[in-house]
Structures are given as C-alpha cells and as structure tokens.
Design a protein around this ligand. Structure first.
Ligand code: PRP
Length: 178
C-alpha cells in the first residue's frame, strides 16, 4: 500500500491517543447511563471497535448500512438504508459513530431518521471531519481530528474498497484514482 500514499496525516498511535481522550470525555458526559453506539458501515468499523474498548461506561453497539449511490470520490447526497438497526432506540442514549464527515449529507439524513425514533438522547462522534467540504451543518458533539479536503484513506476509509486496513490515516496519491 505504501507506494500509493503521498503523506501520512495521523499515525495509528496519534489516532489511539486522540480516541482515548474522546472516550474519556464521553464517559464523563454519560456517567451512570448506558450508551448505544450506532456505527455506520463499513467505514466506522475500526472507530466503533477502538472507541468502545477505550471507554469505561456500559456500552452496546448496533449498525446501519447506508448507500450513497455511486462509487466516485464525491458523495452524491442521495442515501437509502441498506441495513437498519436491529434494536429499538426509543428511550436509549444513542451516539452515531462515523469514520468521516465529508459533505455532511449522510449524517444529516441519518440524524433526522434516527431522531424520529425518539431516543432519549442522540449525538454524533466522528473520527475525522473535513470542514472544507461541508455542505450541511451537522451538530457533531465529538470529533477526533479536523482534516484538510484531501482524498484520505486508512483507519476504515477506503478507495474502491481498499486501504481500510491501513492503520494510519493517509492522503491517497492522485496517480491511484486519476
Ligand atoms: C463515507 C463515510 C460516511 C460518508 C461521509 O461512507 O463513512 O458515511 O461517506 O460522507 P458525507 O459527509 O459526504 O455524506 P461511504 O459512503 O464511502 O461508505 P463506507 O463507509 O462503506 O466507506
């Protein structure tokens, strides 16, 4: 994979250190309450796995799969649910976990959908966020890192299904996708 990358933005150690800080913040905010983490497949798999193991609170997880139609490098903004939650979230304390917020369109749709199911609380944790690409203002409570508007891969983020298993977050070299 290494020859396909132009720059490492965050190493796995830096990601783990930041996740530990975010996990401690969530533990403090939710003291005495059980948390349901809702991961958005596939990219959030790594974050959900690492975040919950860094937490001390009681935590459960569930998953949703969303299709944004298309395999380009830009989000289309059109979403549909491919896999819905397995549990009823009414009265639950829900944190939606994403690997990245790009335009914000996916989470914008997802949050209004989940809010209609009457959770006791509903927040967002995103490992990475691209402020420069935002098209929707999404209220994100917990952010790992704000990153530049480059094509990044690793730590769950893919290009055409590859690079998710890279432990670091890195900029993909343009020769790979141009
Ligand atoms: C990525 C990411 C978010 C979404 C963010 O998912 O995991 O769900 O794009 O983009 P947005 O803010 O512009 O909506 P993707 O559709 O690439 O699927 P994946 O998680 O399976 O990689």
């Amino acid at each position: 994979m290494k020859s396909d990358l132009s720059e490492v933005l965050y190493t796995s150690d830096q990601i783990a250190a930041r996740l530990a800080e975010v996990a401690a913040e969530i533990d403090r905010d939710y003291e005495g309450r059980d948390i349901l983490l809702v991961g958005v497949l596939n990219g959030a798999i790594m974050v959900v796995a690492d975040l919950q193991r860094a937490m001390r609170s009681h935590v459960e997880m569930d998953w949703m799969a969303i299709s944004s139609y298309g395999s380009g490098t830009q989000s289309s903004g059109v979403v549909r649910i491919l896999k819905d939650l397995g549990v009823d979230i009414e009265g639950r304390h829900v944190i939606v976990v994403e690997d990245i917020i790009d335009t914000g369109l996916t989470l914008s749709y997802l949050m209004s959908n989940l809010a209609s199911r009457k959770p006791a609380s509903l927040e967002i944790m995103a490992m990475f966020r691209k402020p420069g690409a935002a098209r929707m203002d999404v209220p994100v409570k917990y952010v790992g890192f704000d990153i530049p508007n480059d094509f990044v891969v690793g730590y769950g983020l893919d290009h055409a299904g590859r690079y998710r298993n890279l432990r670091d977050l890195a900029i993909l070299s343009p020769h790979v996708y141009q």
